[in-house]
Design a protein around this ligand. Structure first.
Ligand SMILES: O=c1ccn([C@H]2C[C@H](O)[C@@H](COP(=O)(O)OP(=O)(O)OP(=O)(O)O)O2)c(=O)[nH]1
Ligand SMILES: [Mg+2]
Length: 151
């Protein structure tokens, strides 16, 4: 399924290095660090990194999520300061990545390096119906936090 989304290029360098789905089956497209010089993240430091682009989803039936890249996150510990970035359908500003070095080793992000990925997902806005009691008691009921055991 594909969706048409308006995209503004804010950094000229993206014109030749446009974020794109790497394979036909890719869920995410990699976002690039649109920085002018290498950016060193000291141990446990985080910084907001511009991606050089803005999208306008417009339809409240969609959102975008910024997620870590697994290679950078697992091998180098570069994940997101907000864990997951949620992009509202009415947001028109530049996509920003909160890059967090969760390790005890400094890591340098190079200009235009792919630092995170963007996934567009369907969303439902709920109309909440306030009740005193739910219509029936489910098999789970109020059980959670490991109520079904470990094995
Ligand atoms: O990693 C992120 C997270 C958010 N945003 C942008 C898009 C999003 O629509 C907007 C607001 O994000 P969010 O609602 O998560 O932040 P908030 O702290 O609630 O700010 P606001 O009061 O502006 O909603 O910031 C990014 O560019 N990158
Ligand atoms: Mg918000």
């Amino acid at each position: 399924m594909s969706l048409h989304v308006d995209l503004k290029i804010l950094d000229e360098r993206l014109k030749t290095q446009m974020p794109a789905y790497a394979t036909a089956g890719s869920a995410g497209l990699d976002l690039r660090a649109c920085i002018d010089a290498p950016l060193t993240l000291e141990p446990n430091a985080w910084q907001l990194v511009p991606t050089g682009m803005a999208i306008y989803l417009q339809d409240p039936g969609y959102a975008a999520m910024i997620l870590p890249r697994s290679g950078l996150g697992h091998k180098h510990g570069i994940v997101l300061g907000n864990l997951v970035g949620l992009i509202d359908s009415d947001y028109q500003g530049q996509l920003m990545v909160s890059a967090w070095n969760r390790t005890d080793t400094a890591f340098t992000i190079e200009p235009m390096e792919r630092i995170a990925q963007l996934v567009i997902v369907p969303v439902m806005q709920a109309h909440f119906n306030v009740v005193d009691a739910f219509a029936d008691v489910s098999a789970r009921g109020e059980g959670g936090y490991g109520s079904t055991g470990r094995s």
